[in-house]
Design a protein around this ligand. Sequence first.
Ligand code: IMP
Ligand code: MG
Length: 182
Amino acid sequence: MEINRRLVVSREDIARRVKELGAQLSRDYAGRDLVMIGILKGVFIFLADLVRALNFPVQVDFVRLASYGSGAETSGEVRITKDVDLTLKGRDVVIVEDIMDSGLTLDFLRQHLNRRQPRSLKICCLIDKKERRQVEVPLDYVGFTVEHGFLVGYGLDFSENFRTLPEIYALEFPAKEGEHKK
Ligand code: IMP
Ligand code: MG
């Protein structure tokens, strides 16, 4: 199947926005004990760039959650396949995510991490995708907002492909028979 893709965010725009988010976090967490928790695997490039845009050292950990099958549709169910190893009690924690879609993943993780009694818990999400929201989760730091579309690149995948593209693209799937292009 031939999948076309359309450029949505250039690498210059990503770099500029990551720098701004880094500066904002550096101001907000100056002198604090911050742990950043990335959600694997999609966040690996964003998180790597983000921690290097901070002007102070942080500790980093990862969780791996499963909610999507191999395609573009969510199953609605979230489970943990790799949990956090660092101690979070009494510490400032920022969850770092690549993209929020239905909101189910971040809603679940926020509740899960709150049980560890962090001093504070905030969310930094590269892309806020509005169209399919089921649960509203407040995002404290947002890179970009998009209405809809399936995005790939800069860590984001479609069935494990396209993660290493340096820009962010929207996939343009061929219309199924009987379906009309919007
Ligand atoms: P949610 O639980 O529906 O908010 O889904 C969040 C997760 O689904 C993200 O962490 C991504 O892994 C994946 N996801 C949602 N939308 C996209 C997309 O447009 N491209 C790639 N992955 C996506
Ligand atoms: Mg993800």
